[in-house]
Design a protein around this ligand. Structure first.
Ligand code: C5P
Length: 236
């Protein structure tokens, strides 16, 4: 990941060919690409390696959530995949989060490269107030997000995923140490699609985002490189 380009292009595909093609087109215009559970389930580590072998930095978004031992082993097993960032569910609890950090250190020892960043998912944005009450969380959505961001920070995680509208409250509660990885971003004038609460890349960065996860505004464009380039230019 280059420190100068905060854009992570969400590939959101399970096809190796599609991920390869898009990665080739956007490399050099974005800081990294993101692959998720559907890609990993379809293609496994071998498929992931095909993408990292292109030389593009990878955010592997598998949202691990299990007992500490299992999460640690899963993270240790990612060593050959060469990603720079991964996700775990903060609701896995402090012991799981600490185990994830230790495992990430061990990945660095094995690879001799920088430790992959471990980023916590707080509350999925697909959950509303009714959903979290049914799960048994006795808090508002925002209280719960802040509580889990605080847990992530105290367990030593590198950052959390959050919606653009959670950037300011999390920055206020947790300071500037925690990296904020922010989806729900739409360039000026772009189609919102199914995203309901969106923000422009420039505004999200101004509020304190560190990484912007952007999918369809780049992947659906007829000229993906140009679309990515235009987004980067809009940050100036
Ligand atoms: O195409 P779009 O820019 O909406 O893609 C956003 C990416 O960020 C997708 O990979 C989506 O799954 C992910 N994401 C999200 N909202 C969240 C968490 C992740 O849109 N709260």
């Amino acid at each position: 990941m280059t420190n100068t380009n905060p854009i992570i292009c969400a590939l959101d595909t399970q096809e190796v060919d599609v991920a390869t093609q898009i990665s080739r087109e956007v490399m050099g215009h974005v800081g990294a690409v993101k692959l998720g559970l559907e890609f990993f389930t379809a293609n496994g580590a071998a498929g992931v390696k095909q993408i990292t072998q292109l030389g593009v930095p990878l955010f592997l978004d598998l949202k691990f959530h299990d007992i500490p031992n299992t999460v640690a082993k899963a993270i240790a097993a990612t060593a050959g995949m060469n990603m720079f960032m991964m996700t775990v569910h903060t609701s896995g609890g402090q012991h799981m989060l600490r185990a994830a950090m230790d495992a990430s250190d061990r990945v660095a020892q094995v690879t001799g490269k920088e430790r992959p960043l471990v980023i916590g998912v707080t509350l999925l944005t697909s959950l509303d107030q009714d959903d979290i009450s049914l799960i048994g969380f006795n808090a508002t959505v925002q209280e719960q997000v802040l509580r889990l961001a605080d847990l992530a920070q105290s367990a030593g995680l590198d950052g959390v995923v959050c919606s653009p509208f959670e950037i300011a409250p999390i920055r206020k509660a947790c300071g500037t140490d925690l990296a904020l990885v922010v989806p729900g971003i739409r360039p000026e004038g772009a189609d919102a699609g199914d995203q309901k609460r969106i923000m422009t890349p420039k505004e999200a960065l101004a509020r304190g985002a560190d990484y912007l996860v952007i999918g369809r505004p780049i992947t659906d464009a007829s000229d993906r490189a140009a679309a990515a380039k235009k987004i980067v230019e809009s940050l100036q």
